[in-house]
Design a protein around this ligand. Structure first.
Ligand code: NAI
Ligand code: MG
Length: 485
């Protein structure tokens, strides 16, 4: 059996073919063991009438190799086209987005010369499910979904990534002081999984102060793991402060599929001029080699690349008088890296992938927790109302009958309790939440009782917009209290 890893390669659009050519030459010269299948994606495929820029034959290859090294593509302007990246990310369940953000001072200008961090962003959950509702004339709502398997996969991946890449610390960022259930779960799973990685330093930060620290003191961080929205924001902040966005590689990782690329786009303005910097794609390919278990080759390429940057051999995009020594095109840059294979940088930090597992990064099966006892204890009902909270409570209490085993416990507006004992100064929008809890706490609330209450509400002329059943899990409430409750 061949010891070569099958991978799928796409040369892409614009500068894509030029930088892919350089990258493949370097991979080959360094001794990467790869069996390369080439596919065509992007502009040509879009123009042939495939709405997402990727056709069935490309999928055949991707489904076979499950490892994708992708050059940037040009997304055609105009309606009807779907993002190829989003298509691949969704179809292949690429749950982790990984973006190393590194400064290369003094060779590339930055305010934070010691910065060397990796952001691991959850890529499927959170507010990006796009589940939104207009609840009334004035109120819009967006649903944030965080799952235990989702947290477990991303957190475990972050720790495994840290191990494979010789990194020492993982920082979790969340807003669990406010979102106690959703972000609370993320933080909790971080602590649980973290307990299995005793050699790696661990900490948690609230995302707002964490983002501020990334902007002002990025050298504090090593690996950061966070949820989708925070990760989206913080990875742009981090990339920007490196001063070298154009040099970044990135990966999107799934349970058994992974895609590696440069952070930048297809740069049509310089396509064909042979001056493009191949570094982003080269560093994406380095991540690929670590991922598939060829850490030694990855290390050789990465260190030779650092030495090239250090020797002042720069493409036009990073060339600076006084700092750079030689301005080169894509091909000469590629040759300079190849000449330095086997050498290490002398001032920039040497990379070490000796801990990369030989079989590549593989995630163990998800933990299956013990089934918890789920008990219905009440219901939240949302409805539109143009009046005061006290009037709403009075009218609602006329609908409640003993047979429902439910009593109106609280009314909130925009998450703040407004009844009973509301503050008359609290601003109220036109959508309200009414919380009904079991009248007899020893009796579980039945679906039929909730439905009977809703029929009574309907007959009284109330128009509810939403209802959510309230449950305890092993006696712990599966819902939060309102502000001021
Ligand atoms: P871009 O990243 O392609 O270019 C921005 C600027 O950076 C340009 O001035 C370009 O010349 C320069 N640049 C980018 N990469 C460079 C390199 N390797 N060497 C030297 N200079 C480089 O972003 P832009 O112009 O917004 O997008 C161009 C096309 O790329 C669009 O069609 C966009 O949709 C697509 N794109 C594709 C991505 C992907 O396939 N992953 C990611 C981002 C954009
Ligand atoms: Mg973004």
């Amino acid at each position: 059996m061949s010891n070569k890893t099958p991978i799928t390669v796409a040369r892409g659009d614009g500068i894509g073919p030029e930088i892919m050519d350089a990258t493949l030459k370097i991979l080959d010269a360094a001794g990467a063991q790869l069996d390369i299948e080439e596919i065509t994606i992007g502009e040509a495929v879009y123009k042939s009438g495939v709405a997402n820029g990727i056709d069935d034959s490309a999928w055949d290859s991707l489904n076979r190799t499950k490892i994708f090294l992708k050059a940037p593509i040009t997304t055609p302007q105009g309606g009807g086209f779907k993002s190829l990246n989003v298509t691949i990310r969704k179809q292949c369940s690429l749950f982790a987005n990984v973006r190393p953000c590194v400064a290369y001072a003094p060779y590339v200008k930055t305010h934070h010369p010691k910065m060397d961090m990796v952001i691991v962003r959850e890529n499927e959950e959170d507010l990006y499910g796009g589940i939104e509702y207009r609840q009334s004339q004035d109120v819009m709502a967006s649903l944030k979904i965080i799952t235990r398997p989702g947290c477990e996969r991303i957190v475990r991946f972050a720790f495994e990534y840290a191990k494979a890449n010789g990194r020492k610390k993982v920082t979790c960022m969340s807003k669990d002081n406010i979102m106690k259930l959703s972000d609370g779960l993320f933080h909790k799973v971080f602590d649980e999984i973290g307990a299995e990685y005793k050699d790696i330093e661990q900490e948690h930060m609230i995302i707002d102060i964490g983002t501020a620290k990334v902007a002002a003191h990025p050298e504090m961080f090593d690996v950061i793991v966070t949820t989708n929205l925070y990760g989206d924001i913080i990875s742009d902040v981090a990339a920007e402060v490196t001063g070298s966005v154009g040099l970044g590689g990135s990966s999107n990782i799934g349970a058994d599929f992974a895609m590696f690329e440069a952070v930048h786009g297809s740069a049509p303005d310089i396509a064909g001029k042979k001056i493009a910097n191949p570094s982003g794609l080269v560093l994406g390919a380095v991540q690929m080699l670590v991922h598939i278990g060829q850490g030694k080759v990855a290390e050789k390429i990465h260190n030779a690349w650092l030495k090239t940057i250090e020797d002042g051999i720069h493409t036009g995009d990073i060339y600076r008088d006084g700092v750079s020594k030689e301005k080169v095109g894509t091909a000469d840059f590629c040759e300079a890296v190849i000449e330095r294979l086997g050498q290490n940088p002398s001032t920039l930090k040497i990379v070490d992938y000796s801990k990369a597992p030989a079989g590549g990064i593989k995630l163990p099966p998800l933990k299956t927790g013990e089934k918890q006892k789920k008990e219905r204890v009440g219901v939240d009902v949302g409805l539109n109302w143009d009046g005061t909270a006290d009037d709403l409570a009075g009218a609602m209490n006329k609908c409640v009958a003993p047979a429902h085993n439910l009593k109106l416990q609280m009314i909130s507006n925009r998450g703040t309790k407004v009844w009973p004992d509301g503050n008359p100064d609290t601003f109220c929008a036109d959508n309200w939440r009414l919380r009904f809890m079991a009248a007899n706490e020893n009796q579980e609330v039945k679906t039929s009782q909730v439905l009977a209450l809703m029929v009574a509400m309907n007959e009284a002329g109330f128009n509810f917009t939403k209802s959510v059943m309230l449950h305890n899990f092993d006696g712990e409430p599966g819902f939060t209290v309102a502000q001021g409750e």
